[in-house]
Design a protein around this ligand. Sequence first.
Ligand code: GLC
Length: 564
Amino acid sequence: MQNKWWHGKVAYQIYPKSFCDSNGDGVGDLQGIISKLDYLKALGIDILWLSPIYPSPFVDQGYDISNYVDIDPSFGTLQDFDELLAKAKERGIDIVMDLVVNHCSSEHEWFKKACADLNSEEAGYFYFIKGKDGKVPNNLRSYFGGSVWTKIPGHENEDIYYSHYFAKEQPDLNWYNPKLREQVFKLVNFWIDRGVKGFRVDAILSIVKDLSFPDLPADDTDGMCHAAKMNARNLGDIGKFLNELKAKTFTPADSFTVGEVLTVTPDSVKEFAGPDGYFSTLFDLSCRELVESHPHYRMFPTVTPDDFVKCVFDTQDLYQKVDAFVAPIIENHDEPRGVSYYLPEYLQNEHGAKTIATVLMFLRGIPFIYQGQEIGMTNTKFESIDEFNDLYAKDEYRDMIEHGFTEEQAVACCARHGRDNARTPMLWDDSPNAGFTTGKPWLRVHQDYKTLNVKSQFGVPGSTFSYYQDLIKLRKAPEYAQTMTYGTFARVNIGSGVQAYTRTALDQSQKILVIANTNQEELRYSLGDLKTANTKVLISANDAKLDADGTVVLGCGGAIVLAL
Ligand code: GLC
């Protein structure tokens, strides 16, 4: 694999609305992020991905952009952004923006002009499609519920609709129109010219459409089919669009790009994240897909640690096979907290946070940490639907009530699966609102903020934060960095509830073994012939140890990394 500047780095996702509020309006902002750069530097972060900070009506929390070349006033100004770029750079940290170009906001001037004049240039930026047999063009269900088709504002009496795979306030952009593509390239270059080092590319599979707009077989009693199923079909045009995007923006700037791509296959992994891929890397979203291949929260399965690790390890194998580069994650702003979701109840705590962190941090690729993960944030105890903000959770709540769930059951289900779990404010200290804001936070604060916060962990040996710092240091240590980034991955089958793998230097000069135990019972694993005179423990958590006779002893949650 050719060396790239982002290889060997560790990335961190900030959800700006919930990270740090500098002006007391209850919403995080750019000055808040600037004030925490030293914190991120101390953690060991090299690349920061910011979820959208562009002007937006926030129907989908900024993933509905009304102006691609400015900053939403709630976050600050372009000057604040330049200051963030400069101050991050001083600390060796690069900024990656969220690129949301499958759709914009219905408040974007393109959409307003398009609706005002169906013959305008802007009308061609969208899918304005005639109905079929007096009904919407097809039976796709949007990601957030209801049809992907809505009548064009101002033209409600006509048989013409616009497409939106997400909320109706997020009209899909028509990538088949070269003029629209030019607009996209222009806005990407606007940020590159300002100093942005890369992009996280949102919902990108959705940009291709079957222009005959066929129905798909229904996946629920409403006769509709989730739009994601259309994305899963190979529609052929993506290569044309993404190669053009890459050539006109990312390649000349040597940008780091990470795609949000679900439903990958060996072919598509190579195509998207191989040596000549459209992107530098793709997130490993396999576990999310395992859950979200079911159309509604009420159908979501419970994921066991074995399911989680199978997804992660299968992804490792898949990417390795085609020489592609992956971005492993435990959680992001679209998922519940990994500690609460993938671990048994007895490990939904600081012990489990360390166990799962150990599994993540030595995988092949570039690990992404989501804000709060480094202190072991768990799910928030939402007690009523009014405490949620996310439109997705609200729609699923409505769906459950319609399907006979009690209010209590529906809230519990949203609390388990909801995206707001990851979106509650970052926990900085034990003061009111966890030091996130002096005002009223836009989303409720996690119940454990008095004890679970940065202040109680920063500089404290044995804390989850300190453990993350040590993991990152180890991953980047010059003597292991090559193996961690490029070394081969191989799973080691020890038994159910045990996650184990090796990383081997490409020249075979080094072998690292990672083992984590999520069972309650103690695990004793003999290294046998693997043990040499040089075998040593590089890091361990939850009292895991290596006995003199070469037996690894891991209690509940025990995790250990060995150089063999
Ligand atoms: C992506 C984002 C998610 C958003 C959706 C629509 O999946 O991560 O937060 O709701 O795209 O933009």
